[in-house]
Design a protein around this ligand. Structure first.
Ligand code: CO
Length: 154
């Protein structure tokens, strides 16, 4: 009887630990970044574990200016696609959040937000590679010179 109870305890402890691991893993796949009225992201590098099937990025605009004047978003492409996507996004206009529409080069992108707002995007890592070079940027016209950073799966 005691033996059985012990086995049960071990099984429960294992269950507890594995759900703890799952939660820690999930938390590592959720990233946050801020942008301000001075056209700056709060960090110039971001990374997530390559084991994340999906990643969620939440952008908070900590400024006060409206989206039409100081709009920010978070867009992810390969570093090779970054320039072309940024330029084509400008032509797509604010109505399309300055991203080319239905364009596979855009791995992820949030809507353009203004001061005080928050936007999130969840994307699959299926087509991404650990060690690949990715760039995140704000696609608002004129912003991506300053508002860009390196993204990595590690
Ligand atoms: Co911006």
């Amino acid at each position: 009887m005691r033996f059985l109870l012990t086995l049960k305890s071990i099984a429960l402890a294992g269950l507890f630990l594995s759900s703890f691991d799952a939660r820690a893993q999930e938390a590592a796949c959720e990233l946050t970044i801020e942008a301000n009225d001075r056209m700056q992201f709060s960090t110039l590098t971001m990374e997530a574990p390559a084991s994340c099937a999906e990643i969620t990025v939440t952008l908070t605009h900590t400024g006060q200016l409206p989206r039409e004047g100081m709009g920010h978003n978070w867009v992810l492409t390969t570093s090779g696609d970054f320039n072309d996507v940024a330029n084509e996004g400008m032509k797509a206009g604010l109505a399309n959040n300055y991203m080319p529409v239905d364009d596979g080069r855009v791995i992820a992108g949030t809507e353009i937000i203004g001061g005080g707002d928050t936007a999130s995007v969840t994307f699959s890592t299926a087509g991404m590679n650990a060690g690949g070079e990715y760039t995140y940027f704000c696609s608002f016209p004129g912003h991506w010179g300053m508002m860009k950073g390196a993204f990595k799966l590690v």
